[in-house]
Design a binder for this molecule. Structure first.
Ligand code: ADP
Ligand code: MG
Ligand code: MG
Ligand code: MG
Length: 392
């Protein structure tokens, strides 16, 4: 298959491409639908109507549609995404879709169809609890972080790998939307008028803005491990026994606590949308993610480190302590930006009753603020429960 000049695919062209790639048997009756829900990419689902076997073709668009406008956005993110999926697959093939093919000029990734699973955010909103979700995500983060760090990989190789994941345009989106805009009166922000006094209090909070700025600086400067970069519950497919991480177009080398923090935050956002009696599985998931992460990461550190200085007494403890503190702060930023920033979550926006919704959002703002400013004093994942209750 020769590579083509970029053009956005149609359902017809996506089907023809799948046939050219030999992904279906000859003469298979194929049905193709564009199922993308984002503003950045097309996602084609192509299924053989007889065998029911399917594939996914994801294609980056050269622009992002946001509040009716659009701005140019690099197609290189498709290469980042397919390379990240392949890199993750070399460590944890059980937690990512198989990539069958990718093409840089078309900005496409052709991958395993995961339609038998459900997007975790949707399932969590419906009340599913996914008992293995946090065990799997804790292991996913521990292994991908360790093996792409200077302790799991030769320093020369790591520098080269990090170079292939330089992703300035997508990082800029996070820098703006997660770490900057929500803390200023910026026009990308989006919130109900009733929240204005609460939001203005955040904008006048110098301590909060300083701590958010420190977290942003860390995000910008710390090239520690290969991150997914957008690990919210909408980037995870799940069932009672399987978990698959998708959509790593924001992947880059960054601070180890970032993916953990985004995942924690999205569990908290779901907890914020529920009555007290239904919150426990979310907090249990936070505990379990951290427990599995630390035990898997520590075991790899002890048994597979390529650096002799990894054995320095106290170093592993310091790495884990810092990862936790950072994760708590990043979680706070994510909770705030998903409440008042540009991109919201259905967990909170989907609360039908306005009074309840505003109450949950005010709670989110107080919780997010304290996670950021008190991140160094949390001590353990039980601290999430304590702050959640204290900010109710
Ligand atoms: P975006 O970067 O635009 O958010 P995603 O990779 O998150 O794109 O995909 C958007 C949606 O497309 C997902 O929420 C899911 O419904 C569907 N999708 C993506 N990848 C797959 C897959 N491998 N199998 C089945 N559905 C998928
Ligand atoms: Mg659509
Ligand atoms: Mg997505
Ligand atoms: Mg995406």
């Amino acid at each position: 298959v020769q590579s083509a000049v970029y053009e956005p695919l149609t359902e017809q062209k996506a089907t023809a491409l799948a046939v050219r790639l030999g992904l279906f048997r000859d003469g298979a009756p194929l049905l193709c639908r564009e199922i993308g829900d984002g503003n950045l990419n097309l996602v084609f689902h192509i299924v053989d109507q007889e065998t029911k076997q399917g594939i996914i073709i994801k294609q980056a668009l050269p622009y992002a549609k946001v509040v009716g406008e659009s701005w140019p956005l690099t197609l290189k993110r498709a290469v980042i995404e397919s390379n990240a999926l392949r890199t993750f697959a070399s460590y944890v093939p059980q937690y990512v879709p198989n990539v069958y093919y990718s093409d840089e000029s078309l900005a496409i990734t052709v991958m395993e169809d995961l339609s038998h699973l459900q997007i975790a955010r949707k399932g969590l909103i419906e009340g599913k609890t996914y008992p293995l979700l946090s065990r799997h995500i804790g292991e996913f983060i521990a292994k991908t972080a360790f093996y792409t760090s200077d302790f799991g990989m030769n320093q020369q190789e790591k520098k080269k790998l990090a170079q292939s994941f330089v992703n300035p345009e997508l990082c800029k989106i996070t820098e703006d939307l997660v770490f900057t805009d929500p803390f200023f009166d910026h026009d990308t922000n989006n919130f109900e008028d009733e929240l204005r006094p609460d939001v203005e209090a955040l904008w006048e909070d110098d301590r909060l803005r300083l701590e958010a700025a420190k977290l942003k600086r860390k995000f910008l400067t710390e090239a520690d491990v290969l991150l997914h970069g957008d690990l919210h519950t909408g980037s995870i497919f799940a069932s009672d026994d399987e978990t698959k991480v998708i959509d790593p177009e924001f992947a880059f080398y960054g601070p180890i606590g970032f993916d953990l923090g985004q995942f924690f935050a999205n569990l908290l956002l779901n907890a914020l949308s529920r009555p007290e009696s239904e919150r426990r599985p979310l907090f249990d998931h936070i505990d379990q993610t951290w427990d599995v992460f630390t035990s898997v990461f520590s075991e790899l550190w002890r048994t597979e480190s390529v650096e002799t200085y990894a054995a320095t007494p106290g170093l592993l403890d310091e790495v884990l302590r810092q990862a936790f503190v950072d994760a708590v702060g990043f979680a706070g930023c994510e909770v705030i930006r998903r409440t008042i920033g540009l991109a919201h979550v259905a967990d909170l926006d989907g609360i039908d009753q306005k009074v309840e919704r505003l109450t949950a959002k005010r709670h989110a703002l107080r919780l997010g603020r304290r996670l950021i400013v008190e991140r160094a004093e949390l001590a353990g994942t039980d601290g999430f429960r304590r702050l959640f209750v204290e900010t109710e």
